[in-house]
Design a protein around this ligand. Structure first.
Ligand code: AMP
Length: 412
């Protein structure tokens, strides 16, 4: 809708500004990719691939997917287009439509827009913090408040295997309380139970052991570095021991930026605007050499919704300074020329080139709140002048057409 586009442009402009400031390069991925990319990257038994990915078979029998997320494509780009030989780390950003089969509801759509920032080829906690800070600052630049970074570390593979065993042991004691999906997940990947939104499962989760208690010394100290740096940058964060983000590729830091409602503890009032984390195993999983990476993505519709709820009014059209009104066929031609001349001189101008009466045109100008109306009638069309009406006083004067842009600019 036109009014939504105004928010979208505003958000994308903020992305462009932050991409420039933090030195990220834009990249655009195809909307249709080979489904294997997401099966491999995102994980065959992740909800995104298992339940939410739209796939289609081409005439030649290839299975393509409407992209459900951007990170696997960013990694494909990195490997396929020689970015490995660039100065590392490579900083990329993207924005566009993504597709997930969802139970459609407010803030959750089957086609939605995301922008993402990824840093590939760089290790070090400072990069995790840069990604979090960039997104946090971007959201605050859009005047969003009550933002909170929820953060956890899911460590590296060996610790996760131990943690999974501990989870399975705990969950097996209480399988009757889990939903049918989670009972199935329990065998395949018990970490997914932590993401379940069912009340009974959340209750069961609240008694489970925490991943951070299973971290190796190296992963624990990395996590501490991230938190200390967030403290120093005054980014508000809260540890969420059950945040795992349901995708196979994450390692160590995982985070979401949420907007809290009035009741800080209410799950229902929490809105996730951004989600991301470190993915040190993904490039290798896609057939490349061992290469670290970190990144996140944000939902544009969600951010636009939060801006609207906060009462931020954003309009696409700027208020015009002058309205060009015309009367008669000859005048209309001159009015079209005047309109273009004013645009050339960077004057914000509105018009009515339809068959409206002068009265109707003046009413329209009044509604737009312009300071001046430039009227061209038969006489003005012949002698190259314009009748300039000042709306606040109703006074009219005749001036040369060549002088009008300068006069308007001087008076504003
Ligand atoms: P994810 O890729 O699931 O981590 O999502 C990152 C962000 O994208 C979320 O925090 C939301 O803001 C947004 N998002 C994810 N799925 C949807 C959807 N179906 N509709 C609208 N926004 C979404």
């Amino acid at each position: 809708m036109p009014e939504d586009c105004a928010y979208f442009y505003r958000i994308e402009n903020a992305c462009r500004k932050f991409a420039k400031d933090y030195r990220f390069n834009r990249v655009d991925f195809p909307i249709l990719e080979n489904a294997l990319l997401f099966k491999k990257g995102t994980g065959v038994d992740s909800d995104i691939v298992e339940k939410q990915m739209y796939t289609l078979r081409t005439k030649s029998g290839e299975t393509l997917a409407l992209r459900p997320e951007g990170t696997p494509s960013a990694v494909r780009f990195y490997l396929q287009h020689g970015a490995r030989t660039w100065l590392q780390p490579v900083k990329l950003w993207y924005s566009g439509p993504f597709f997930r089969y969802e139970k459609a509801q407010a803030g959750r759509y089957r086609q939605f827009n995301q922008f993402g920032f990824e840093i590939i080829g760089g290790d070090g906690s400072t990069l995790d913090v840069q990604i979090i800070t960039l997104f946090y600052n971007l959201l605050t630049s859009l005047h969003l408040s009550n933002l909170m970074v929820e953060i956890n570390s899911i460590g590296c593979l060996p610790e996760r295997i131990t943690y999974r065993k501990a989870l399975t042991k705990h969950l097996k004691k209480n399988t009757q309380n889990l939903c049918s999906d989670c009972r199935r997940r329990l065998e395949k990947n018990p970490l997914r139970v932590l993401d379940c939104k069912e009340a009974a499962c959340q209750e069961a989760v609240s008694r489970l052991p925490h991943m951070i208690d299973y971290l190796s010394d190296e992963c624990r100290s990395r996590f501490q570095e991230v938190l200390e740096l967030l403290d120093e940058l005054n980014i508000p964060y809260r540890l969420n021991p059950y945040l795992v983000r349901g995708l196979d590729y994450y390692t160590r830091t995982v985070f979401e930026i949420i907007q809290e409602g009035k009741d800080r503890d209410s799950q229902a009032e929490k809105k996730a605007l951004v989600g991301g984390g470190r993915y040190d195993g993904l490039v290798e999983l896609m057939g490349g050499p061992s290469t670290p990476g970190v990144g996140a993505a944000a939902g544009i519709e969600r951010i636009a919704g939060a801006m609207k709820e906060a009462g931020r009014r954003v309009s696409y059209q700027e208020k015009p300074e002058v309205f060009v009104a015309q009367l008669g066929q000859a005048a209309k031609k001159e009015a079209v020329k005047l309109f273009e001349e004013l645009l050339d001189r960077k004057v914000k101008v509105a018009e009515s080139f339809d068959k409206e009466s002068l009265n109707a045109q003046l009413k329209r100008a009044d509604r737009l709140g312009v300071k001046y109306v430039a009227i061209i009638g038969q006489k003005e069309a012949l002698d190259g002048s314009v009748t300039l009406k000042t709306m606040s006083t109703g006074k009219q004067r005749s001036i040369k057409r060549s002088q009008i842009a300068g006069l308007i600019k001087r008076s504003l």
